[in-house]
Write a protein that binds this ligand. Structure first.
Ligand code: ADP
Length: 274
């Protein structure tokens, strides 16, 4: 039994006020319960995800204590501790980003955001990982495009897409970040030649904590939150995110954002070569 009464009681109480009001109240309560369930789920998931790196750091610290007279082993454990603490801070940062975005409320006072800058930050964030895998990240498109939005959020979204493209690609491949202007919107596509996504998983990858076959890429240490952040950034900016992918061939993620109007008006008729 639940503490709060079932919807039937609500309808009985307010029935004389009209069936529309009853329906609205019942829908409201259902929505509230759903939001609450999602929130509880999220907290449980976060706690579970936090336990993994924290547990690993504890074990490694104990291993360091036991290996005090073996400097090589100490070095090895310390390096792994650093990796785990990086993973922990990445997870905490993503949870913070997500909690700021979850309402999908439109931005109250958007700024003019320079896409060149945002893409440079996004590419830069993955520079070390890309370099380690000899992956070239190329940028293509008309420079000088601006959108109305929150620079930090748009940068986080682009950085997540580029990071995924690099993570889920084989060494030596290419990643392309392309911008195109289409009907008052700018489309930022991140194209990779990586492992791709199975068709029956594509609908789920934007869910929080969802990862395609986590065992397959455990070594990448992802959180399953990146695409959820991208989806919420798109929503708060009045845009959308789409994905096209062929398993074994690669993926293209396209983030669509409304153009900054003054730029839209100033657009030349023909695209200028980049
Ligand atoms: P993660 O931290 O696991 O990368 P995301 O939310 O960013 O979390 O992505 C969810 C899942 O979608 C990933 O675990 C991966 O299975 C899949 N995915 C995301 N981007 C790509 C990509 N570019 N290529 C292949 N699979 C991807």
């Amino acid at each position: 039994t639940r503490a709060s009464g079932p919807p039937r009681n609500v309808s009985a109480r307010v029935a004389p006020l009209g069936s529309r009001l009853v329906l609205a109240l019942v829908e409201d309560r259902t929505r509230e319960r759903r939001v609450e369930a999602v929130r509880r789920d999220f907290v449980a998931n976060v706690s579970h995800e936090l336990k993994t790196p924290v547990g690993a750091i504890k074990l490694l610290a104990e291993a360091v204590q036991d290996a005090a007279d073996d400097p090589e082993a100490v070095q090895r454990f310390a390096t792994r501790m650093l990796t785990e603490s990086d993973r922990l801070s990445h997870l905490v940062q993503q949870v913070i980003d997500l909690s700021r975005l979850q309402g999908d409320e439109p931005l109250e006072s958007p700024d003019v955001v320079d896409l060149d800058q945002v893409i440079a930050v996004g590419v830069d964030t993955s520079a070390i990982d890309a370099g380690a895998k000899d992956i070239k990240v190329l940028v293509e498109g008309r420079p000088g495009i601006t959108v109305l939005g929150n620079e930090e959020q748009v940068s986080a979204a682009v950085a997540n897409l580029v990071a995924n493209a690099v993570h889920y690609s084989d060494p030596g491949s290419k990643v392309l970040v392309r911008t195109e202007v289409v009907d008052g919107f700018v489309e930022i596509s991140v194209v990779d030649q990586g492992i791709g996504i199975p068709t029956d998983e594509i609908d789920r990858i934007f869910e929080r904590f969802y990862r395609v076959d986590p065992a397959r890429h455990r070594s990448t240490g992802g959180t399953g939150l990146g695409l959820s952040i991208v989806k919420h950034v798109a929503a708060t900016h009045g845009g959308e995110v789409r994905v096209w992918s062929v398993e074994g061939q690669g993926s293209t993620f396209t983030l669509t954002l409304p153009l900054h109007t003054s730029y839209d008006e100033a657009l030349p008729q023909e695209p200028v070569p980049a």
